[in-house]
Design a protein around this ligand. Structure first.
Ligand code: FES
Length: 118
């Protein structure tokens, strides 16, 4: 059994005030959110048409897809209204005051990657 490998991506002290942080880990685009002091990590890709969600606005505990406006929970990744699939989640933990994320050990496929420009 393979144990998840966690990669530190941002110091807790440097996490942005707007509640979201985006980066890339081993080819995976990661959207990190913080709600009520708890971090959550998702694949930064809208399940509808592959927009990068991290460029979207945050409203009422959700991030709004910049392409067509679908809303996804910043905690669960569930699509409000259920119109699209839930966001793919990644495990998160704190290591030495840094937020660390475990992405899958495989390279992301075309169905895992977002389009860049929106
Ligand atoms: S690409 Fe996100 S709602 Fe269409």
């Amino acid at each position: 059994m393979n144990e998840a490998v966690f990669t530190p991506i941002v110091a807790e002290a440097d996490f942005p005030q707007d509640g979201k942080f985006a980066t890339s880990v081993s080819g995976w685009n990661v959207l990190l959110t913080k709600v009520d002091g708890v971090y959550h990590a998702f694949n930064d890709r809208c399940p509808h048409a592959a927009s990068m969600l991290s460029t979207g606005r945050i409203r009422r505990g959700h991030i709004m897809c910049p392409l067509h406006g679908a809303m996804f929970s910043l905690v669960t990744g569930v699509c409000a209204g259920g119109g699209y699939k839930d966001l793919r989640r990644f495990d998160v933990r704190i290591e030495h005051r840094h937020v660390a994320v475990a992405v899958p050990p495989t390279t992301p496929g075309m169905d895992d990657l977002a389009i860049k420009a929106v």
